[in-house]
Design a protein around this ligand. Sequence first.
Ligand SMILES: Nc1ncnc2c1ncn2[C@@H]1O[C@H](COP(=O)(O)OP(=O)(O)OP(=O)(O)O)[C@@H](O)[C@H]1O
Ligand SMILES: [Mg+2]
Length: 254
Amino acid sequence: MIKIPEDIAPYLEIKDCSSFPISRYYVTKDMDDILKEIVKMHETAQKLQKMGISYLNSTILYGPPGTGKTTAARYIAYKLKKPLAKINFAQLIGGEFGTTAKNLSAIFRFIADIDCIFLLDEIDCVGIKRGTESAATGGELARVTITLMQELDYFEDHKLKVILMAATNRIDILDEALVSRFYQHQLKPLTNEDTENYAKKFLDDVGVPYDEYNIENYAGENSALTQRNVEKDMVRCIAEWLNKGGDFILNHIG
Ligand SMILES: Nc1ncnc2c1ncn2[C@@H]1O[C@H](COP(=O)(O)OP(=O)(O)OP(=O)(O)O)[C@@H](O)[C@H]1O
Ligand SMILES: [Mg+2]
């Protein structure tokens, strides 16, 4: 159990991911490639450092809502058997005026000593293009963006082994200098084949008997669904099946 200092405790959570529900997590080809790359770079880090090469293991996942960005960080933490540390940006920027950048720095310096996956989820809460901020925030967000970049550079210069991940569905509004500090990966909606395989994996795992033809039809007729769409459809249809009895039928809410 890692004890978070009191001054930053409201803005940071550190979770153990050992109970991640791996048996119903569907690994797409993209996700598998991302994991492999993160692991490869993690394992090579020491060798790079011996060669005097500064490098920060940092990945930004971007893509539409529900494509599994946040869950991907939990999956990676589970696979690497490391805790997942996550900043609560909404809380952080909602704090006392003028303190955001200082608190952000304090969080980074604390995380620097911890062997974890460090997730900057919904980084667009803070890392927006400089010059696009509304007057109401008085330049606070621009200061935070700069602090964020300085802290990333600190991590890189000090050869820290933290694995950094960020997630956003608004990469278009993020500061380019900030984004350029990450390896960028786009998460896309599921292919029809992935939709079918994900649904079957989930239903097998929860023990709902299904007709293969129904699942194939559902996947074939509904293109570009996200994991969130499919999960919602399954939960709703399972609830209906539990209430009404009869055969389980999966369909899309639309
Ligand atoms: N690979 C996966 N296998 C099974 N379920 C998944 C997978 N990825 C995501 N999910 C489920 O889909 C839902 C949406 O995922 P998640 O919240 O990670 O998406 P997101 O991209 O972070 O969305 P947002 O942009 O809204 O934050 C979650 O409830 C999660 O349980
Ligand atoms: Mg998310």
